[in-house]
Design a protein around this ligand. Structure first.
Ligand SMILES: Cc1cc2nc3c(=O)[nH]c(=O)nc-3n(C[C@H](O)[C@H](O)[C@H](O)COP(=O)(O)OP(=O)(O)OC[C@H]3O[C@@H](n4cnc5c(N)ncnc54)[C@H](O)[C@@H]3O)c2cc1C
Length: 269
């Protein structure tokens, strides 16, 4: 869709160029959601893709994904690291929770998905499910780091402060070495996710269940050891952040999270 109030799309070459962010000025990543709706308040877009960030960095510190890394490259990590990371399958699995065509997968970025902050954000499911951190660049040149699970704060709200930009998403080696299990359900075969659950068994022990899509923000249930089915059921039922929209009613989402959470427990325990 044409954004007829936008008079300039500015290629960003350095961090200093981001100082222009403010009322009427937003960053542009893949543009898959920015250009899908009218934004009459916008006059200028700052194109992050011209910063030339390395999309994927793997080293002893784990995995770093630049905010501009497109989903198609994230999905490809599952095959590329199949023999290296126990959690490798989760990268492609979570990408499939976004039923966009190949065109969307090629442009939609992890940063754009997290910042859009839809409850059904597949990259929120991935980053929260693996306990990643997000690195935020502040307008005054300072950096801020947050658990990805607390970055999305509600339905289309996030933890970004005015002028901040999401720089990268960082996954620790321990998370990549975790066994994971994934479940997604939607009301129709290609519908937006109703509930997405990620289970994680770290190599050091414990069990983490991350609920997204069915709740307005990610909810994590953590245990030192896999809980009993009875405990997990009670804890999922006690979650207070379910929401209702055209993609599912709150009570259905809660019921599905119980069923799928118990499946994950059985698979991983
Ligand atoms: C067919 C289709 C299906 C879709 N299905 C889903 C779905 O199932 N679930 C879902 O969550 N979404 C879905 N979306 C929307 C989805 O969020 C976007 O497609 C995509 O993930 C956004 O990424 P982008 O790089 O294109 O962001 P853009 O469109 O470029 O930007 C999106 C927003 O994030 C801001 N932004 C982008 N990058 C940064 C950054 N690094 N720092 C700060 N702000 C930033 C932009 O200013 C803008 O407000 C769908 C879209 C389409 C077209």
């Amino acid at each position: 869709m044409d954004q007829d109030t936008v008079g300039a799309v500015v290629p960003v070459r350095s961090r200093a160029d981001l100082a222009a962010l403010g009322p009427g000025v937003a960053v542009l990543a893949g543009g898959s959601i920015l250009f899908a709706e009218q934004h009459r308040h916008l006059t200028t877009l700052l194109d992050l893709t011209t910063l030339g960030w390395t999309p994927v960095t793997v080293d002893a510190g784990g995995l770093g994904l630049a905010a501009t890394c497109p989903m198609v490259e994230i999905a490809a990590l599952s095959a590329a690291y199949a023999d290296v990371w126990a959690a490798a399958p989760l990268f492609r699995q979570t990408c499939t929770a976004l039923f966009g065509s190949f065109k969307v997968w090629n442009v939609a970025t992890i940063g754009g998905n997290l910042c859009t902050a839809l409850p059904a954000g597949p990259m929120t499911s991935l980053a929260a499910g693996l306990d990643a951190d997000v690195l935020l660049w502040g307008p005054d040149g300072t950096d801020r780091r947050l658990p990805a699970a607390s970055f999305v704060t509600g339905d289309t709200t996030n933890a970004l402060r005015p002028g901040e930009v999401l720089r990268s998403v960082e996954f620790a080696p321990e998370a990549l070495a975790s066994r994971t299990a994934y479940r997604k359900i939607a009301l129709s075969p290609i519908g937006r996710s109703g509930v997405v659950l990620v289970g994680r068994r770290p190599p050091t022990g414990g069990f983490v269940l991350t609920i997204t899509a069915g709740t307005v923000r990610p909810v994590q249930l953590r245990y030192p050891e896999p809980p009993s089915a009875r405990t997990l059921r009670a804890d999922v039922e006690a979650v207070d952040a379910w929401f209702s929209d055209a993609h599912g009613a709150a009570d259905w989402r809660r019921a599905m999270a119980v069923v799928l959470g118990l499946e994950i427990l059985e698979e991983l325990a």
